[in-house]
Ligand binder design. Structure first.
Ligand SMILES: Nc1ncnc2c1ncn2[C@@H]1O[C@H](COP(=O)(O)OP(=O)(O)OP(=O)(O)O)[C@@H](O)[C@H]1O
Ligand SMILES: [Mg+2]
Length: 305
């Protein structure tokens, strides 16, 4: 598998002087699913637009499959899909006409267009004009359009925003399926739960710079996030037992019926100890830090610096 995207020292200064990206180094392998997250104005949309050639970097180099966008052959450009942040379909065309437009542009079959309408729950609305659709339905139509030609590189700026929970789940599942194959995905999002479910690597951007990146596990490790295990007992832990828990395992109960300890502990030994001391267990659960926990910690730390 080769390199799909390579950004070296990519900078973008807008004509009004705003430095939106201040030197981005990022290599993305084919088949990776990258989640670009960060506060408002971090530069996510700017980066997405640079990648698909809608903006030129002020300095630095951006290559797709080893070539600058301008040098890419047409056949390669056709393998890109881009969902813009605030884009909208052709308002005065019907849903179906919008899809037909893109079918013709991509030179793909009508069957695929019909499939896409059904896949995205748009079939029954196909005769409606796009301007009469709700925000979420428009978003769905846009997603159907940009995935119609099954691109090898799909760049999506906030794909799940304004979708209802059911459609959002379908979208996440479809994108996860997309990401599992040989294709490359780059999404920006504020829905950290979605990013966690879709992406293999997360890139945190702040004020035009990458402040952290890695898989969920790598980010958790980097931030010293401790995974914890929570044990709920069926009866309050007796006073005497509390002391031996602290002595033997270094654990102080959180509440009368509750214990929390780092995953590093030998939980089998601890549970056996509790049961043998006459305390039954109701529940044992892992408490993992979510991407949201990591993100908030990360951005706060960075702000305090
Ligand atoms: N066309 C433009 N002209 C001048 N400045 C711009 C332009 N587009 C974006 N900016 C500025 O560049 C910076 C990065 O904006 P960008 O839209 O890339 O951020 P973002 O991370 O996508 O934010 P959000 O989460 O709000 O979508 C911001 O300071 C923004 O004001
Ligand atoms: Mg944006």
């Amino acid at each position: 598998m080769g390199i799909a995207l390579n950004l070296q020292e990519a900078r973008k200064v807008y004509p009004n002087g705003t430095e939106a990206l201040r030197g981005i180094d990022l290599v993305i392998q084919e088949g990776e699913a990258i989640g670009l997250i960060g506060p408002n104005a971090a530069g996510k949309t700017t980066l997405a637009k640079l990648v698909v050639g809608l903006l030129e970097p002020t300095s630095g180099r951006i290559e797709l499959w080893g070539s600058r966008f301008g040098q890419l052959p047409r056949s390669m450009k056709e393998k890109i899909g881009f969902l813009p942040e605030g884009g909208s379909p052709f308002e005065s065309l019907t849903v179906e006409e919008n899809i037909i437009f893109w079918e013709k542009l991509y030179g793909i079959s009508k069957i695929r267009g019909e499939e896409a309408l059904k896949e995205w729950g748009l079939w029954e609305f196909r005769k409606k004009r796009a301007k009469t659709l709700s925000q979420g339905m428009k978003r769905r139509l846009m997603i159907a359009q940009v995935t119609l030609h099954q691109p090898s590189l799909l760049v999506m700026d906030e794909p799940t925003s304004s979708l209802d929970p059911v459609v959002r789940r379908t979208t996440v599942d479809l994108l996860r399926g997309f990401a599992n194959s040989e294709r490359t995905l780059l999404i920006t999002s504020h829905d950290l739960f979605d990013v966690e479910r879709i992406c293999t690597r997360i890139v945190i951007l702040r004020r035009g710079l990458i402040v952290a990146q890695g898989s969920m596990e790598e980010l958790q490790r980097k931030l010293g996030a401790t995974q914890q295990v929570r044990v709920e007992t069926s009866v309050p832990i007796p006073e005497g037992l509390r002391e031996s828990l602290e002595k033997r395992f270094g654990i102080k109960p959180l509440a009368a019926n509750e214990l929390l300890f780092p995953t590093g502990h030998n939980r089998g030994e601890l549970i056996r100890f509790l049961v043998e001391s006459g305390v039954d267990i109701n529940l044992v659960e892992e408490k993992k830090e979510t991407l949201e926990d990591i993100y908030i910690k990360m951005v706060k730390e960075d702000e305090e610096r």
